[in-house]
Ligand binder design. Structure first.
Ligand code: AMP
Ligand code: MG
Length: 710
């Protein structure tokens, strides 16, 4: 079985000839191939569209391309309908029955209401078809649904219920209605099906057919459609966006996934047909949604770490600006169930699938009625029953009546205002209280927090516990995330041994690697421990090769300066991809930045204090950028200094600090080998580049470790 090459999605219409200027209420067709999307096509009449579709099928098939064509109307009626009309359960018999009766012309004038009358006459009582543009025409078609039994055939198909489709194929007028499109669409399908190599899913054997016709419904991708609004003064034509995005979504599916969607349907679909993609809406929305094309990131530019020429010491803010503009996301995307999304980066905007709250509800325990009520005493008769959270009151509350209502309960029809139970007296049949109360008092409006289709969270967001609440509340159970950034850590230096090993004289324990691996994990990335290497260029080269194969970025510590044993910088220089960043900052030695086999390397200083501060200030935002996360600045706050300090102007200083009694204390020694100070501290005090003298009581900016993601 070969996969489909071309996808065409058709928005059918039952309307009369549409104006020349493209608009809604006419026929739109979206075409997408696996590698290319075409501008949707506009047709003024069904006859024009059908002619185009027939030619399109021939053209594609002749070129050896297999085609899937989706039509946005039901291919079948609820179970039992076909038998009443044709004597057979075969839905396609019904297509031919309609084909022989429906008339259409270039003006779009057609006889669908007459045919609906003929169909209704085959059923006892009014209906099942109903709805018409003129009350006094077509007496065989009721104007309203009221009074139609739907006992011989159901109002909706199993597939409509499964897809939560809004309309029944028996409703011929009043939006959202699809019934007229079915009557005007099935005869066309009957004609297309007669062509060689055309199969109709799911009735025919479609597995080998060159062209497959399938029922689709753009409602499945509504959140994606809503997000492509275009400029406010020039809103996109909905129908056009629907077909464009439907074609894009189906073209983006893996063929295995599409075949599974086509195979995995219930028995009822054999007669009633089925909406392709039902149950897979999230997947389709993700494929159709904004940014659908940004999920495969391009490689980093070679000059991503380039510094402007001629600058001796780069100010911190400028260095950060360069990282921000030079780096971009390197990870592709995957779909993940919500509980696993914590701390991960959203690859695409998450669109609310449902409003929060979904319905208007009560904010208090009390009594609901139609507001507003003026000042003064009020006594309202109570209707029997109550509305509670999860157990709404079914009927309407008549005007001038009130109902018992509890917190979180859906407001019944006729209720928009609630009076607190503390403010009323009740005697069983009446409730008494004093006004005034504004309309809407003590009630929450539907969607007042988030509306369906709104962006609940934007791409680049790092998912927090609160975000899990928000996404759950708006009906999102899975999200598209960036694959977790893998960050390798290598320590360098002949003097290092791992803690737990024997340390001979002159050797020290590797303190940086455990710290850096833990920081990476706290930042939400995946740490990859690449051990340590001595000051040996060949060994380091092999280690960088291995690290670049296993990770998306590499942090090294030690050996980043320009000395004899500074092999990280020497190797990167050899590779021709080295940038020595001399940043006007304390603590900090030069940073060696470069690409090793296209993998960014951050050569950190060996001193643990400098290694940690440089990681917090530079590596973390840079890694976040690579991970696809929004650029964020660590939030600090001003507190009075509890210390005095003289400082060289022209460089930024970071001091190990903590806040006690509302004042910032700093660690007694600024020595960059003093690891105990890192541990003593709970954050950093950042002293501006220009500052010279800090006196006790002067405001200084304290940035807690937590603001750095630790
Ligand atoms: P380097 O940047 O290689 O010149 O090292 C600067 C200082 O940091 C030296 O005193 C090193 O011994 C020390 N150092 C380097 N790497 C580590 C490490 N992984 N753990 C603890 N200290 C280190
Ligand atoms: Mg060293």
């Amino acid at each position: 079985m070969t996969c489909f090459d071309t996808f065409a999605m058709v928005d059918w219409s039952a309307a009369r000839r549409a104006p020349e200027r493209p608009g809604k209420d006419s026929i739109w067709i979206g075409v997408s191939r696996r590698d290319r999307e075409e501008e949707p096509l506009y047709f003024r009449t069904r006859i024009q569209a059908e002619t185009w579709i027939a030619e399109f099928i021939s053209r594609e098939n002749d070129a050896g391309r297999r085609v899937l064509i989706g039509f946005d109307f039901p291919f079948g009626y609820p179970r039992g309908f076909a038998r009443v009309v044709t004597g057979s359960d075969d839905p396609v018999e019904l297509w031919y029955w309609l084909e022989s009766r429906i008339r259409d012309d270039e003006s779009g004038e057609n006889n669908r209401f007459e045919v609906a009358e003929e169909l209704n006459a085959l059923f006892e009582g009014p209906g099942p078809f109903w709805g018409k543009p003129a009350k006094d025409r077509w007496p065989g078609v009721p104007y309203r649904k009221r009074g139609i039994g739907f006992d011989r055939v159901a109002e909706r198909r199993a597939g409509d219920i499964a897809a939560k489709a809004a309309s029944s194929c028996f409703q011929l007028a009043f939006p959202p209605s699809v019934g007229s499109q079915v009557l005007m669409g099935l005869p066309m399908l009957a004609r297309l099906r007669r062509r060689p190599d055309v199969a109709v899913w799911p009735f025919d054997d479609w597995t080998g057919a060159k062209t497959v016709l399938a029922e689709i419904w753009p409602g499945l991708i509504e959140p994606a459609v809503r997000s492509t609004t275009g400029p406010a003064d020039q809103p996109a034509i909905r129908d056009r966006e629907q077909v464009r995005l439907m074609a894009r979504a189906f073209a983006g599916l893996l063929f295995e996934d599409l075949s599974e969607m086509m195979r995995d349907i219930p028995e009822a679909a054999r007669e009633e047909a089925w909406i392709l993609g039902t149950g897979h809406a999230d997947r389709l929305v993700a494929l159709a949604g904004p940014g659908a094309d940004v999920l495969q990131p391009p490689p980093l530019r070679n000059d991503c770490f380039a510094l402007p020429a001629g600058v001796d010491w780069t100010p911190v803010d400028e260095a950060l600006g360069l990282l921000k503009s030079g780096l971009s996301v390197v990870t592709d995307a995957e779909t993940v169930a919500l509980p696993d999304a914590l701390n991960r980066v959203l690859a695409r905007d998450a669109l609310a699938l449902r409003s929060n709250p979904p319905q208007a509800n009560s904010a208090v325990d009390g009594y609901g009625f139609a507001g507003p009520v003026p000042e003064g005493a009020h006594v309202l008769p109570l209707v029997g029953g109550r509305s509670a959270a999860g157990a709404p009151f079914a009927g309407p509350v008549p005007e001038g009546h009130a109902i018992r209502i509890l917190t979180g309960a859906t407001l019944p029809d006729g209720v928009d205002t609630v009076v607190l139970e503390e403010d009323v007296r009740v005697d069983g049949s009446h409730v008494a209280f004093r006004g005034p109360l504004k309309a809407g008092a003590n009630a929450r409006k539907a969607g007042e927090d988030v509306r369906e289709g709104d962006i609940a969270l934007s791409a680049g967001r790092v998912v927090t516990p609160a975000d899990l609440a928000l996404l759950s509340a708006v009906g999102i159970s899975q999200v598209d995330l960036r694959r977790q950034l893998r960050v390798a850590v290598v320590s360098t230096g002949d003097e290092l041994v791992d803690s737990g090993e024997q340390a001979a004289k002159g050797r020290i324990f590797d303190a940086n690697r455990p710290m850096l691996l833990a920081m990476i994990a706290r930042f939400g990335f995946k740490p990859v421990d690449m051990g340590r290497v001595g000051d040996d260029r060949g060994a380091l080269k092999d280690r960088l090769d291995a690290a670049s194969a296993m990770a998306d970025a590499i942090l090294t510590s030690g050996g980043a300066s320009a000395g004899d044993e500074d092999h990280v910088s020497a190797l990167l220089k050899e590779a021709g991809a080295m940038q020595e960043w001399r940043i006007a900052m304390k603590p900090g030695r030069p940073l060696a930045l470069g690409l090793w086999h296209d993998t960014p390397v951050f050569g950190l200083p060996g001193n643990p204090v400098a290694a940690m501060v440089c990681t917090l200030i530079f590596a973390r935002p840079a890694l976040s950028r690579l991970a696809g996360a929004d650029w964020t600045e660590p939030q600090g706050f001003l507190v009075p200094a509890a210390f005095e300090k003289n400082k060289k102007p022209g460089r930024r200083e970071y001091l190990r600090a903590r806040v006690r009694n509302g004042r910032a204390e700093v660690f007694a020694s600024e020595g960059s080998g003093r690891i105990s100070g890192l541990s003593w501290a709970e954050g950093l005090v950042e002293i501006e580049d220009g500052a010279r003298h800090i006196r006790p009581g002067d405001p200084v900016r304290f940035i807690p470790y937590g603001s750095f993601g630790l």
